[in-house]
Design a binder for this molecule. Sequence first.
Ligand SMILES: [Zn+2]
Ligand SMILES: [Zn+2]
Length: 268
Amino acid sequence: MIMRYSNLHTHSIFSDGVGTLRDNVEAALARNMVSLGFSDHSFTACDTSYCMKLEDYADYCREAEALKEEYRDRIPLYIGIECDYFSDIDKSMFDYTIASVHYIIRDGVCYPIDHSPRQQEECIRDAFGGNVLDMARCYFDMITEHALKLRPTFIGHFDVINKFSLMPEDSDAFRDISLASMREIVKACPYFELNTGGIARGWRKNPYPNDYLLEYLRDNGGEVLINGDTHKPENMTFYFDESVELLRRLGFDHVSMLGKDGFYKVNI
Ligand SMILES: [Zn+2]
Ligand SMILES: [Zn+2]
């Protein structure tokens, strides 16, 4: 069976992607995809280098809406936003939302979590006195709070803090911290993306969430959708086949995809 994919985590030149919204649609069509969602970064005042400008939200929605109409007979398009912890958004502007945490702010200093190993090391050292687990606790408290407040359509790259392998990912303590957060979130928001973006950029060998977190979702009413966190249109379905294999190996029998009436299940 050849699986047809959807991708709801896509960045364009409205934020830090390299393609236009249309380039992403064409990439999805070239791959015979079921649907595509746009999800550029929400505005964050602490770092404006990679996100949408506030004044661009309306243009982004207008352009996406026009493409939706133009391509309506070829592929369903959805207008989303990747909403950071430090952003305020009007959810009614979007078809769906992704809750993500990209920064920790301590003593007025903004530390990007997933930009570079050096910046994450600085955060561990300067904001948490070298205690990696304190940083992990802070990050997972933030994603929990963000999810429960925003009530997003799904959770973005849940354990992105593992991107640079600076966390003791397989220790009991780290497991406990991350699983406690997932336990809280899954009750309110069961949808988590499986995100292949860290692999596409050469940082990770496995998607987010990691295997034990995926197993927790499998056993506790969580639902998984496969996303690319695409910053280059040609990476639209990067590592998707392998992700399906991974999910099968872990005992999943379906993934979720977004339709016009919400999520539906697709057998794998
Ligand atoms: Zn993100
Ligand atoms: Zn993203």
